[in-house]
Write a new protein. Structure first.
Length: 416
């Protein structure tokens, strides 16, 4: 169970909410934006059949190496971090080849045995330079011939149908999974991009999709006014309050915060149809750690921020603070015999109240526990919120022309 609340007053008309619902319904019906249908239109059966036939345990696979960057890796990392302390995670290592930082590549290769590793190569376009560079380095380092059984048996490609990577895989007999053409990379975690690695390491991907599907159904039944109200507030105030801080009170949200930053940054920072530069700057921080750093900027810095507080009510591990009194530190004995869960959630509440007292707009998301269903809900919640805000800002939420410009310049630098 997840509960979302607004803790600020804002005059929002019912007609505006209904107009926003209708706009997203029209976008869904157009067929141009495919992520809306992913809770139902997915590759679960194909993924499960492949994994059963492959039999990772029998083959002695201990490492799942994901070659991908941005939308090809962040969603998987986010969900794995949210759920890794649950009961379903097996002991396979998830290793990410993302950045082309050579030190990171060396670190990933430490103690990495080819025969114990399965490589998932992900690129929607089929030509992402970081991903293809990693692939070349891995093939060269392990001396893997393209015509060999080792290549066919230890690699799988996830890409758009008929992309360069798809055609490459077809020529050499590598298994390919496809991303729907109308699903952008940063919205693709409920395609094989996320579902395949998450299933391999033990998570219940059907429960993941169930959580997303329940939110989808309730949203299009016009039962999620809070989402629309948040979007209307963000869009209406985006010039005066251009920064949204996601303050997550659990270290498990570290990669979720990263995923959110990419989702908002790449989706909302655009030139809109009126020719204006618009966008909301996303910042992700972790409580209680950032109470001792970024909170100062929120409380006494420029009043240009809204804050979303994420709170987990039940943690997988409910450790208790021992009833011990330490010399000179007696002032903290009031917390003895209380659980760390009580402490972190009390800190969340106290921090939230301190922010509210400064008249900073705050909303909350309270999660009963971190499981597959709630993780799926959270991913879809932020995808919907992104689409709502993008619609109101009058941008194309699903392209990234600024990113493509950098790729063109990079190519010219090496060709000159």
């Amino acid at each position: 169970m997840i509960e979302s609340k607004l803790l600020f007053e804002d005059k929002i008309h019912e007609d505006d909410i209904n107009t926003l619902y209708d706009a997203l319904k029209q976008e869904e019906n157009s067929g141009d934006v495919g992520y809306y249908n992913l809770p139902h239109d997915n590759a679960v059966e194909e993924i499960k059949a492949f994994c059963t036939d492959y039999d990772f345990e029998k083959r002695g696979i201990k490492n799942i190496a994901v070659l991908g960057i941005g939308g090809s890796s962040l969603g998987t990392k986010a969900i794995d971090a949210l759920l890794e302390h649950g009961e379903n995670r097996n002991d396979m290592n998830l290793i990410y080849f993302e950045n082309v930082d050579p030190n990171e590549i060396v670190r990933n290769f430490q103690n990495l045995l080819f025969e114990e590793t399965f490589f998932i190569v992900i690129s929607k376009s089929g030509g992402t330079i970081e991903t293809t560079s990693h692939l070349k380095f891995i093939l060269h380092s392990f001396n893997i011939a393209l015509e060999s059984d080792a290549f066919k048996e230890h690699f799988v490609f996830i890409t758009d149908e008929n992309s360069p990577l798809d055609r490459f895989g077809a020529d050499f007999g590598v298994k390919r999974f496809y991303i729907p053409l109308n699903v952008g990379g940063r919205f693709s975690v409920f395609t094989p991009v996320g579902l395949l690695p998450l299933h391999i390491v033990g998570y219940d991907i059907e429960k993941l999709l169930e959580g997303a599907g329940e939110l989808r159904a309730s949203f299009f039944a016009k039962e999620e006014d809070t989402l629309c109200k948040k979007a209307l507030f963000y869009a209406k105030n985006h010039e005066e309050i251009p920064i949204n801080v996601l303050f997550s009170y659990s270290s498990a949200f570290s990669y979720f915060n990263d995923w959110y930053v990419q989702l908002w940054g790449e989706s909302l920072g655009k030139i809109n149809i009126d020719g204006s530069k618009v966008g909301l700057t996303p910042i992700g921080i972790i409580g209680s750690v950032d109470q001792h750093s970024f909170l100062q900027l929120i409380i006494e810095g420029a009043g240009d921020k809204s804050v979303t507080m994420i709170k987990v009510k039940k943690f997988a591990n409910d450790l208790v603070i021992p009833d011990i009194s330490l010399p000179y530190l007696e002032k903290n004995d009031f917390i003895n015999t209380h659980s760390f869960t009580e402490l972190i959630n009390a800190q969340c509440d106290a921090t939230m109240q301190s922010i509210i007292d400064q008249n900073i707009p705050v909303d909350t998301i309270e999660i009963e526990k971190l499981d597959e269903k709630n993780a799926g809900y959270m991913i879809f919640y932020y995808e919907l919120l992104t689409s709502l805000v993008g619609n109101l800002l009058r941008v194309n939420t699903y392209d990234q022309p600024g990113v493509e410009l950098g790729k063109v310049i990079l190519k010219k630098k090496f060709e000159s």
